[in-house]
Design a protein around this ligand. Structure first.
Ligand code: KG4
Ligand code: ZN
Length: 341
């Protein structure tokens, strides 16, 4: 009999639902929340309200598009954390209610582990190779920047991580300083395509070992802009493309330095990218070209699977379902949910 997993994601500002059958994607509906744009960042209280409004129509649409009826769903997977508590509560409560009403297993999913497992989402008509184990994954999102040794679908170890800001945060905060809309990462990417990556040089703080630090870069960017704008108030506008290209180049190089170190130290040549910042064209190009030089087998997710989506929750829940790793109805979300794998 087929295993139909309904996945629910609501950790930040995307309400998403997906259906995966035997590891093959049937639907992946993502509702974004424009309400945050005018505040220049996610407002937690508004995010949870929007999730509450979106969750039923999004799940409804995901089921309709999948052609799977409610009674055919084998289990429901949901993001337990990390994320915003009010947002997580909406998806968790919905998943609990659904599992209870349909009398099916409930499966908690770690959002970060799910970002990595996008590499195992099967799609009808797509002949995709999955990464073999072990591999090293650079997970770069708005809240996290980690190098992970992936031993198996459900067995992973953190090799290094940021000690302050995440890479996505560095993109977003610097973009905000240039007056770009939130989230700034995709805007920086767009402008960077027209700019010179070596036009400006910014600080590249190192955190030692395989860890990252981005707060020094943000400060160096802030002071540089402040000094230049004092001399010429039109500086940012005139140099926007070069500023974006140089910023993106700096962030990419910081990430690549440690990715190369992790590959060398572990001796692993299967390398993957995951998380929202994996949509960045500079980073995608860098991993591809470093990979060619070093004989890596490189895995880069399709853009739709980089930012938050429920397909990644459903695929993780599918692998947990195979192991009968189910959760009880008294489970609660964990805003700071850690890898304990
Ligand atoms: O994984 P994600 O959707 O949410 C978290 O779990 O944090 O990542 C969102 C982050 C934001 O910081 C956003 O600016 C960044 O991913 N991002 C990008 C690009 N697309 C999304 N950063 C740089 N270039 C992009 N093209
Ligand atoms: Zn995420």
């Amino acid at each position: 009999m087929s295993i139909n997993i309904l996945g629910i994601e609501s950790s930040c500002d995307e309400t998403s639902a997906s259906v995966i059958t035997d590891g093959i994607l049937r639907s992946n509906i993502i509702a974004g929340q424009d309400v945050h744009i005018k505040y220049g960042g996610v407002v937690p209280e508004l995010a949870s309200r929007a999730h509450q409004q979106n969750i039923v129509p999004v799940v409804d649409l995901a089921l309709r598009e999948s052609g799977i009826s409610k009674s055919e769903v084998s289990a429901v997977g949901f993001t337990r954390g990390p994320g915003l508590m009010g947002s997580l509560l909406v998806g968790t409560s919905f998943a609990k209610g659904f599992a209870h009403a349909m009398d099916i297993p409930l499966i908690e999913v770690n959002h970060l582990q799910a970002h990595i497992l996008v590499h195992y989402i099967g799609e009808t008509g797509v002949d995709r190779k999955f990464p073999s184990f072990p591999f090293v994954c650079l997970l770069v999102s708005g809240g996290h920047t980690q190098l992970i040794h992936v031993k198996d679908h459900l067995s992973m170890e953190i090799l290094g991580q940021t000690i302050d800001d995440a890479a996505g945060e560095a993109f977003d905060k610097c973009a905000k300083l240039m007056g770009l809309p939130y989230p700034g990462g995709p805007w920086v990417d767009r402008h960077a395509r027209e700019g010179d990556p070596r036009a400006f040089v910014f600080a590249r703080p190192s955190a030692g070992g395989l860890n990252f630090s981005f707060s020094g870069l943000k400060t160096s960017f802030l002071y540089f802009l402040r000094d230049q704008v004092k001399k010429d108030p039109g500086f940012i506008k005139k140099n926007l493309n070069d500023l974006c290209a140089s910023l993106q180049y700096t962030i990419t190089e910081v990430l690549m330095d440690n990715l190369v170190k992790a590959a060398e130290l572990s001796g692993i040549k299967v390398i993957a990218l995951a998380g929202g910042v994996a949509a960045n064209s500079g980073l995608r190009n860098a991993v591809t070209s470093y990979g060619k030089d070093r004989n890596w087998e490189v895995f880069i997710p399709k853009p739709v699977f980089t930012t938050d989506n429920a397909a990644m929750i459903a695929i993780t829940a599918y692998y947990k379902y195979l192991k009968k790793d189910f959760s009880s109805q008294d489970i609660i979300p964990e805003a700071r949910y850690k890898f304990s794998l």
